[in-house]
Design a protein. Structure first.
Length: 136
């Protein structure tokens, strides 16, 4: 069952919560466009989703480095893998224009990854960074 707006937890850092909300909204807009049959705006929204994700990951990684997050490499490794997959999926969409493949990726893979990532890695990371900032 598709969830255009998945449920995910808030984390201990406001900037991450704002970015997560923006990501979920962009994903939801893309799924709404697909459902409405309006494929014209999909390319632009995919580009926006990709730019947003790159920026968010960079901001998160900077905060992890500044706080001395001990498992930075693991978290960054997941970010890198997601960005590689996202670029390949967007390129595949542009080449094939297969709306069913795009819908399945956004709906299942992206939705499930997002909820899982925020619930685990981002929750732990934000808690660590917030605690480090309180000590400073």
């Amino acid at each position: 069952m598709r969830q255009n707006h998945p449920s995910y937890p808030q984390v201990a850092l406001d900037f991450m919560n704002r970015d997560h909300e923006e990501f979920a909204a962009l994903r939801g807009k893309l799924l709404d466009l697909i459902d409405s049959g309006t494929a014209d705006a999909i390319d632009g929204l995919l580009d926006e989703l990709q730019r947003h994700t790159v920026r968010h990951f960079a901001d998160e990684e900077k905060a992890m480095q500044e706080a001395g997050f001990p498992v930075y490499a693991v978290h960054k490794g997941e970010h890198d893998a997601v960005l590689v997959d996202m670029a390949a999926r967007i390129e595949g969409w542009r080449r094939e224009r297969d709306i069913a493949v795009l819908r399945d990726w956004l709906d299942a893979a992206v939705g499930e990854w997002f909820v899982s990532h925020v619930s685990s890695m981002d929750t732990v990371t934000a808690g660590f960074i917030a605690a480090q900032r309180q000590r400073s």
